[in-house]
Design a binder for this molecule. Sequence first.
Ligand SMILES: Cc1ncc(COP(=O)(O)O)c(C=O)c1O
Length: 415
Amino acid sequence: MIQNLTALFSENANSMQSSTIRELLKITQQPGIISFAGGLPAPDLFPVEILKEITAEVLDSDSAQALQYGATEGEKHLREILLRRYQKEGIQAALKNIIITTASQQSIDIISRIFLNPGDTVVCELPSYLAALQTFAACRAQPAGIRQISQLEATLKKLIAENRKPKFIYLIPDFQNPSGTTLSLDERITALRLAHHYNIPIVEDAPYRELRFEGTPIPSLYQLDGTGHVITLGTFSKIFVPGFRLGWLLAHEDIITKATIAKQSIDLCSPVFDQKITARFFDRGLFEGNLQKIIHAYRQKRDAMLDALDRHMPEGVTWTRPQGGLFLFLSLPETMDAKELFQLALRQNVAFVLGEDFHCDGSGKNTLRINFSYMSREQNEEGIIRLANAIKTLREETGKRGKGGKGEEVETVKR
Ligand SMILES: Cc1ncc(COP(=O)(O)O)c(C=O)c1O
């Protein structure tokens, strides 16, 4: 074994942290556990039979290209399909504005590589997507958290005064991971006004945008911008299948050119085979119907969970009511610690993810993220009953320790 690896690893590697979620997922995959911990799509919604057919078709008719290296920018046909979908939203973008990536995690990595030097600042939401925070940390960037868009201007002014002007603002505007909340039109306009005023790009991470169960869609930041300040990250993971590892980056051509060069050194190209299959899925006119099926199923699962929360949660616990996406966020009374709850919940065979891990400032100790897409409706309901029992037990234990913790209201995370 090589001695003293830490001294050999780069400073970037030494600043990388293992994801507690990945660690937790190992425990939560034990049989009998109702796991609200992962962010996984429901596998019964994967269009397996039709994918078998299309896969055979691609191999029969196009294997020389499908199994070959491809362009770093991605398959032109798939990019055109995405551009046509954007056109329907009123976004006029061209091929020079879009590349295919190995899903949005790679897009986050690419954006971090091309913008961040060690010590740079990134503004992100409190809470925000953990693996993005990990990517920023791996680049040795400093996160600056905002709880609300209304805090953005003061935060930017303060950072600029401290000579820490952020390189970009990282936002998940639609059905956020982990909170499930959505930025209002006013909040989007405010964020854009500030981005323009201070000349700071906004990275709009939008994996859940199309998973809307109700309400009217709010224009995306990219759509509202029109000045090249917004970089949008899209992915097929939650609206088709995550296993293909396909996503895209939509941005000003100068950013796309740099991103393409960065991608060359990461993986040369995203899997051509997967891109061809995905494009054919669209060509056969199956994509939108399949997406509606996913939305319908997740709406029902969300409803079952919200209903169970309303019926079983003790007083003092609050939660968000997402209009789409995969998650909701639960806040315990502030005297309670979600870490302690985690242990009690495991005894009841139910698991979740600690909200604290999504807070770049270490706050959120009384919060938890709950996924509603992976388990069945019945499991969602049963899991909430078990979680409510665990919370009641924790409340009694906290009370016995003299910390109080009975029935106090906490601020809802709803925006
Ligand atoms: C906000 C956000 N961004 C990016 C990703 C990464 O997804 P993928 O790499 O599968 O596209 C996720 C996954 O859960 C996410 O929640």
